[in-house]
Design a binder for this molecule. Structure first.
Ligand code: FA5
Ligand code: MG
Length: 495
């Protein structure tokens, strides 16, 4: 976990840990996938990465000292799970899209974007932690795998084709390994803007026009907690060029639109639960169930203000499902649409799909096992996922001394190519060596030697396959390779 030196508001941003841990997808290939070709076997820097890589569609990228994207991550690019017919992510995407009639849907944006698109166009400061190589997959100094679908906001606003649009895509983040995080997941970005010019001379204010649009959103009967004012001068400020009146209207449109999505998802999920109970000859669970609990909380993003996150109560805890806010006017101005004002959101498709189908582990989305895939169909009503038995876990620890020059915090190192030890490096190595049999990796002990000042850390890896029982022998062998790689690649000394 990183240590921030940013002001409190900035700390409540994009990379804040999730409230509810959600599980990871399957990076089955430990080899460079066949879709990726090296254009040269020369490797003057003796780096483990080739000097040039070729991705889907023949796109070629030169790598440099910033390159940190392993083959297993690149192998996820051609999967397009959000477009795979009858895949739960694809069905979830379509269900959400159906709640936004008239919006344009962009589902094929390529995941390799410029640092400018992913960060600068959105107003991320140059020293933002998200830019670090410990957090983001780089191909070279100027090129990354998008960390969020917001990377396409500016370009989509620039196109200015429709008032509303949705973008669904795969996103990539170097992150913790546990049941709530996977290095590749899917987001849906949405935006709706109004043209100030469209009300000129029409006898209606922009706020009135937006309120009329709010009325068109289907009404719901659920109680939504929303205790904070729309605008707060310190915590959630109004932008200079906006009036409070119009932002109240835009915020209402944003919140009502997204509440409508959540209600649609939960209604489908409840129906699925009731059907599952009926099939099992049990009474319907829906009557005893607590009413759906939803709340808006204040948030911070560099590209929206004010900003909010939507949380849903799920299995006794609050689950963050999306971030959103009023689009920064600078972003719209720079995109050539200075007369527009509006909202944007970004939601995690896996999170919504897990709620919808009761899918217990994020790694499952990447499964090609027919026992998983045949449970979903876009032509059948939503049915609860029936797990194919839970296989036993195999737990292994590794203790080591850190190289003397590094700190385990890592978070405040500048976003340069040569950074010290960072916990995400361990996470990635575990995924690289062991793939999807890693359920989670956790720090269980750390201390500093009183005489030498050296730091010792102990990480516990929980191995569990989704489709079979792992043998102790194979896990001992795999864990030994993992330990060896820790020494070779991170320079630690095993204890
Ligand atoms: C963002 O990525 C912003 N781009 C969202 C946004 C868009 C804000 C437009 C304002 C306007 P965040 O990092 O919180 O924010 O991620 C958004 C959502 O993605 C989360 O609410 C969660 O549902 C999902 N998400 C984030 N990290 C993970 C993960 N590791 N695994 C699964 N889902 C995740
Ligand atoms: Mg968030």
């Amino acid at each position: 976990m990183r240590i921030h030196t940013f002001p409190a508001a900035v700390c409540r941003q994009l990379y804040r840990p999730s409230l509810v841990r959600i599980p990871r997808p399957s990076l089955a290939s430990r080899q460079w996938p066949c879709a990726i070709r090296y254009n040269s076997s020369e490797n003057p820097n003796k780096s483990t990465f080739p000097p040039e890589i070729q991705l889907e569609g023949g796109r070629t990228y030169k790598t440099d000292s910033w390159m940190n994207t392993p083959a297993s991550i690149l192998s996820a690019i051609p999967r397009h799970l959000h477009l795979q017919p009858d895949h739960p992510l694809s069905i979830t995407r379509q269900l959400i899209e159906s709640r936004f009639p008239g919006y344009a849907y962009h589902n094929e944006y390529f995941p390799v974007v410029s640092v400018y698109q992913n960060f600068d166009s959105l107003g991320f400061p140059p020293d933002h932690v998200g830019r670090n190589r410990t957090d983001t997959y780089y191909l070279n100094k100027e090129t990354v795998l998008r960390t969020h679908t917001s990377a396409h906001q500016a370009d989509t606003f620039k196109k200015n084709e429709t008032e509303g649009w949705l973008i669904s895509a795969d996103v990539y983040r170097r992150d913790a390994v546990d049941r709530s995080h996977y290095p590749v997941f899917h987001q849906m970005e949405g935006a709706r803007t109004w043209d100030r010019k469209s009300v000129e001379g029409g006898g209606m204010t922009l706020a009135e026009k937006i309120w009329a649009d709010v009325e068109k959103i289907p009404k719901h009967g659920i109680k939504v907690e929303d205790p904070n004012p729309t605008i707060h001068p310190e915590r959630n400020p109004l932008q200079e060029t906006h009036s409070a009146d119009e932002i109240e209207a835009v915020a209402a449109h944003l919140k009502r639109s997204l509440e409508d999505v959540v209600v649609a998802i939960f209604s489908a999920a409840r129906l699925a639960a009731a059907n599952a109970a009926k099939q099992a000859g049990l009474p319907s669970p829906t009557t005893e169930e607590e009413p759906l609990k939803v709340r808006w909380v204040e948030a911070y993003f560099p590209f929206t203000s004010p900003s909010w996150e939507l949380e849903v109560e799920w299995q006794g805890d609050w689950l963050e499902v999306l971030g959103s806010g009023i689009v920064k006017q600078d972003l719209l101005n720079n995109s050539g649409v200075p007369d527009r004002v509006g909202w944007a959101f970004g939601l995690g498709l896996e999170r919504i799909a897990m709620l919808l189908y009761s899918i217990p582990d994020i790694r499952l989305f990447w499964s090609t096992d027919p026992r998983f895939l045949t449970q979903f169909s876009s032509t059948r009503p939503i049915q609860r996922f029936v797990p194919f038995s839970k296989y036993p876990a195999c737990v292994k620890d590794v203790s080591f001394w850190l190289p003397t020059s590094s700190s385990a915090a890592g978070g405040n190192t500048p976003a340069g190519p040569n950074q010290g030890f960072h916990e995400n490096d361990i996470m990635e190595l575990a995924r690289e060596v062991c793939g999807d049999v890693v359920e989670d990796v956790r720090l269980v002990d750390e201390f500093v030697h009183s005489k030498t000042g050296r730091k010792s850390m102990c990480y516990r890896t929980n191995y569990r396959a989704l489709d079979r029982t792992l043998t102790n022998k194979e896990m001992n062998e795999m864990h030994a390779v993992f330990c060896k790689q820790l020494v070779q690649k991170l320079g630690v000394e095993l204890r």
